[in-house]
Design a protein around this ligand. Structure first.
Ligand SMILES: [Zn+2]
Length: 165
């Protein structure tokens, strides 16, 4: 994805209040992020463990999604679980259920979309083999790197499409 600034991030959110978008903590050193290896920018709020954020391009428009991380879920994952974006399997606690309030009328009625995602939101790096899941024996796949990236992006877009209805 193309590099984004703090201003880009704060003005991109579609499913949280303007106040939250203004206050939320933005990752440091944005200019040093490996943008060309990122399909989206995702991070946890260090001051609020139940909050996570994801910024991605949808039809060339930057879209920011505020996520709620389900708490207390990690103990349930005694076995491996899989991220629904990058399909990386993690051992206990490496994946969490994250829900996004949908935009518009659906969101006002309390509808949200939930997905199991890598808890560090580093899907782009797992996809490219730049980061390895703790304790993971990566599933042997015959896909090329380009095909894996395309798959992660397709999963990401379908997630965005469900949130931005
Ligand atoms: Zn992932």
């Amino acid at each position: 994805m193309r590099p984004v600034t703090e201003h880009d991030i704060r003005t991109s959110f579609v499913n949280c209040s303007k106040g939250e978008a203004k206050r939320l903590s933005i990752p440091k050193d944005l200019e040093d992020h490996p943008w060309k290896d990122l399909d989206f920018l995702g991070w946890r709020d260090p001051g609020a463990p139940e909050r996570a954020y994801l910024i991605a391009e949808r039809d060339d428009v930057l879209v920011g999604i505020a996520l709620r991380v389900a708490s207390g879920g990690s103990r349930r994952f005694t076995s491996r679980s899989m991220c629904s974006l990058c399909l990386t399997t993690h051992t206990s606690g490496g994946v969490a259920l994250m829900t996004a309030r949908r935009t518009g009328e659906a969101g006002r009625q309390g509808n949200s979309v939930g997905h199991y995602l890598c808890i560090d939101l580093a899907c782009s790096l797992y996809t490219r083999g730049k980061k390895e899941a703790a304790g993971s024996g990566a599933i042997e796949e015959t896909l090329t790197l380009d095909e894996k990236v395309a798959r992660t992006r397709t999963n990401l877009q379908s997630f965005l499409d469900k949130v931005v209805a």
